[in-house]
Design a protein around this ligand. Structure first.
Ligand SMILES: NC(=O)c1ccc[n+]([C@@H]2O[C@H](COP(=O)([O-])OP(=O)(O)OC[C@H]3O[C@@H](n4cnc5c(N)ncnc54)[C@H](O)[C@@H]3O)[C@@H](O)[C@H]2O)c1
Length: 320
């Protein structure tokens, strides 16, 4: 089975590519290397920007893909509020060109990297897929827009899709060869690891939330568990599965303080913490109801306990 992986040079994409190759899939990576890392690519590679429609069609035509996994996007909620045009343009136009290519080449299946950011502040916990969609960032809105576009392309051109709504992707493969390397980095675990490596103060945004220790609670999912879920989603579509959306989280939340304490424990560095003002658009608590993914995809997050997540992330960051 021949799979096109957009954004396959990025954090989650490069690790999912390894999983796909280990299971015998034929994989082509597409990336513009704006955030991705060329040295992580170990398979057929097409360097192109999804926003360049003519070039995209020219470089990919007649490759005869059976399915697409679409990771490529700009993915930082905070940054999206400073660069709304850039985020809407990249995430919506890029995705739209990809769908036009799929229509042209009659590629029947797509797995899309969606996000829990489209739920905003949830009304009910744990959050299930039926929760109302009210993103609180341009980033979340751009992902919701693409989910809606997919729905119409599905209806009009019979493209079958799976929206995988990830919670907080984290951790690294157990061999320490790949890991999380965003620029700028705004995710909690890599930021806390940086504070540990440099023994510098860590900025904690808000400790007055209505949670047991006053800090935000999030659901962390190990990147290897995410990678496996993409294979499950592909297989389901290949076996006649209908278009659908799934939450990918563990169903358990950890507070920012719990995560920071785990980084301190694993690194052995008691770095200082400074309390900053809350960031706008940060819900106090969000964690997934993952029962639909478990029942219908066979999703089984085996690497996603906090200690394994932080340990594997620490191992990678120590040597990179
Ligand atoms: N990291 C998370 O916690 C998280 C959570 C929810 C959803 N997601 C989604 O998962 C996907 C992957 O996230 P990540 O953390 O690996 O991000 P990443 O930035 O590491 O990877 C994205 C990749 O897409 C490429 N790219 C961006 N725009 C492109 C374009 N126009 N044309 C071609 N390539 C382009 C980048 O160069 C990069 O390699 C994103 O769609 C993101 O929105 C991530």
């Amino acid at each position: 089975m021949k799979i096109l992986v957009t954004g396959g040079a990025g954090y989650i994409g490069s690790i999912t590519v390894r999983t796909l190759l280990s299971k015998g899939y034929d994989v082509t990576v597409l990336d513009n290397l704006s955030q991705g890392h060329k040295e992580t690519i170990i398979t057929d590679f097409v360097e192109v920007d999804l926003r360049e429609k003519a070039l995209l069609f020219e470089k990919l035509k007649n490759k005869k893909f059976d399915a697409v996994i679409h990771f490529a996007a700009s993915a930082l909620a905070g940054e999206s509020m400073e660069k709304p045009y850039f985020y809407f343009h990249n995430n919506i136009l890029g995705g739209l060109n990809l769908l036009e290519f799929m229509k042209e080449e009659k590629i029947p299946h797509i797995v899309f990297s969606s996000t829990c950011a489209l739920y905003g502040t949830p009304e009910k916990l744990p959050v299930n897929e039926k929760e109302s969609k009210k993103p609180e960032s341009v980033y979340g809105e751009s992902k919701l827009a693409f989910e809606n576009i997919l729905k119409w392309y599905g209806q009009i051109y019979n493209i079958k899709y799976t929206n995988l709504r990830y919670f907080n992707a984290s951790g690294a493969p157990l061999d320490g060869k790949l890991g999380e390397d965003h620029n700028p980095e705004t995710h909690l675990i890599p930021m806390a690891i940086k504070a540990a490596k440099e023994n510098q103060p860590f900025k904690l945004f808000g400790d007055d939330y209505k949670t047991p220790d006053g800090t935000c609670i999030r659901d962390y999912i190990h990147v290897l568990d995410l990678a496996e879920a993409h294979v499950l989603a592909l297989e389901k579509l290949k076996n006649g599965g209908q278009s659908d959306s799934f939450n990918l989280g563990t169903g358990k939340g950890y507070s920012n303080k719990e995560v920071i304490n785990m980084v301190k424990k694993i690194s052995g560095v008691d770095f200082p913490i400074t309390i900053e003002k809350r960031r706008p658009g940060d819900p106090a608590i969000i964690y997934a109801d993952n029962s639909k993914a478990k029942q219908e995809l066979g999703f089984n997050p085996i690497h996603s306990d906090l200690e394994t997540i932080v340990k594997t992330a620490w191992e990678w960051h120590k040597s990179n």
